[in-house]
Design a protein. Structure first.
Length: 392
């Protein structure tokens, strides 16, 4: 069963109020039953994919076939100037491998890049099969081009619809001509991941890793419900693990829901946020927020709480690791967007507070320099944070 744990950087706060940093750690628990997967491959077959890229995409699809179980479903959508369902949603036991490979051989490169309708068609294949609510649904997008007819904002709306359908997007861009804002927006909005593939040979690993990870899901469609006390304000919400992503929760009165990526066995998750504690009397113990995790019908609850005091010694108590986690997450998010200058400013601020010799400061300095000297691969890698146990 999944569990949560909360912590704050300042357990004691002044009576006139202040802003604290909080983090919520989610431990996914163990997988207790086999997972049925529905994998939809959404593959760019525009003219720019001609050559090694399209060949490797076909090889990647074949690799996926070798990882499927009888009760899994698979579908394939290709998009160039138009979108085409190459293989409708099919239970793997109901098609032989050669027939599936015949569909894959239809993937040839030519034409434009209608990614938007390609994603829409892939969504339809994922929602068309009666696989049940516990089916883990993955839309694996591979593209090396831009959809010049649609903006990243339009893709965000589409990704929201896909996410609401219980589908996680794992998006990958290859080459230098794709719109990285779109690739990042799709993975972030639909609670998946986004990445840059450096070479055609990386395509098989991208497809294979995504399919294997889908088989380790403990709970799809997990979320945190926050109920904050009157006068309390929440800001700067980020998913820190497994990938640094900024979140914009929607509020209804004093409550909001923070959607989480599917819980994966042995993959811890973390949310970091800022919470403003309003003025209270000396000695008051205040629950700033009640937090409830919902995951596959199970729930776990915790509280974010502080104590008000005028005692300077108690006010000096500080959980530095929570501050560091938040600052690292903000910096890595900026690096993922390619905002090196903003990241450098945050690193300077972090250095002033924690010192230039602090291990965490040295790490973000190193990562910032790598992104500054590198390219898209380094940007996506910067968002991947490994926790103290070595878990993503």
């Amino acid at each position: 069963m999944a569990t949560i744990d909360t912590s704050v950087n300042r357990p004691h706060v002044p009576t006139d109020g202040t802003t604290v940093t909080a983090e919520i750690d989610v431990t996914p628990g163990e997988q207790t039953q086999d997972v049925r997967r529905h994998i939809a491959l959404c593959i760019d077959t525009s003219g720019s994919m001609e050559g090694d890229n399209i060949k490797r995409a076909r090889d990647g699809a074949a690799w996926v076939f070798g990882l499927l179980n009888d009760d899994d479903y698979v579908s394939i959508v290709a998009f160039d100037t138009t979108a085409e369902v190459v293989l409708p949603a099919t239970r793997w036991a109901d098609i032989d491998r050669q027939s599936a490979m015949d569909h894959v051989e239809e993937l040839t490169a030519g034409g434009g890049t209608d990614m938007y309708n390609g994603l829409g068609a892939a969504k339809e294949t994922l929602t068309s099969s009666a696989t049940g609510p516990d089916t883990v649904k993955r839309l694996l997008l591979l593209s090396d081009g831009k959809d010049n007819e649609r903006t990243p904002e339009e893709f965000e709306d589409l990704a929201t619809d896909i996410d609401n359908a219980g589908i996680r997007i794992q998006s990958a861009g290859i080459g230098t001509d794709y719109n990285e804002d779109t690739i990042r927006t799709l993975g972030t909005t639909a609670r998946g991941t986004w990445t840059h593939l450096e070479a055609p040979g990386d395509i098989e690993d991208f497809f294979g890793d995504a399919v294997e990870q889908a088989g380790s899901v403990v709970a799809p469609d997990a979320h945190l419900d926050l109920d904050v006390a009157p006068g309390v304000e929440v800001s700067e919400v980020y998913r820190a693990l497994p990938q640094a992503q900024e979140v914009t929760p929607e509020w209804e009165a004093n409550a909001t829901r923070i959607k989480l990526p599917d819980l994966i066995e042995r993959e811890n998750q973390r949310v970091v946020l800022k919470i403003h504690a309003p003025p209270r009397e000396d000695g008051t113990e205040e629950v700033l927020a009640d937090v409830m995790l919902s995951a596959k019908g199970d729930t776990a609850s915790e509280q974010v709480a502080v104590e008000y005091t005028a005692d300077n010694e108690r006010l000096a108590e500080h959980n530095e690791s929570v501050d560091i986690d938040h600052k690292q997450t903000v910096i890595r998010t900026e690096l993922g967007k390619g905002n090196v200058e903003a990241a450098e400013t945050k690193v300077e601020q972090m250095t002033v507070i924690h010192g230039e010799d602090a291990e965490a400061v040295e790490e973000v300095e190193r990562q910032t320099q790598i992104v500054k000297e590198g390219g898209r691969a380094e940007q996506s890698q910067a968002t991947q944070i490994v926790d103290d146990d070595g878990l993503q």
